[in-house]
Design a protein around this ligand. Structure first.
Ligand SMILES: [Zn+2]
Length: 117
């Protein structure tokens, strides 16, 4: 079997960047941006098709990307990280504007009523 790169495609990266307004989801900066996986890859995770789909990916600056790993409790609360067996489409994400959004695999971000949680 051919080995494949385990990251998202360029198309998906562009989709995520546009969905997030080209800004870090936590601090809103537009500099030093990277792609953050909400559910980490690893332990065979890259074989799960949703790992590299838009709802599992966030635009984050390199500082916040490191912060997520150092602050897992707050990151899970805000939906910046998702803990298995929860799926990324089931957990709302808090953005830098303070709103929480539901993400879909095709790169759509929709607001939901927080009280409905
Ligand atoms: Zn940031």
């Amino acid at each position: 079997m051919a080995r494949r790169r385990t990251g998202p495609t360029e198309v998906v990266k562009a989709l995520v960047h546009d969905r997030d307004g080209g800004a870090c989801v936590r601090c809103g900066t537009r500099q030093d941006l990277t792609i953050h996986h909400r559910v980490n890859r690893g332990m065979g995770g890259a074989r799960e098709p949703w790992i590299n789909q838009a709802h599992n990916l966030l635009t984050a600056c390199t500082t916040c990307n490191g912060w997520f790993e150092d602050n897992p409790r707050e990151s899970y609360e805000a939906g910046w990280k998702v803990r298995r067996p929860q799926l990324p489409g089931e957990v709302l994400v808090r953005y830098a504007d303070g709103s929480e959004y539901e993400l879909t695999p095709d790169g759509v971000r929709s607001t939901t009523v927080a009280a409905a949680r």
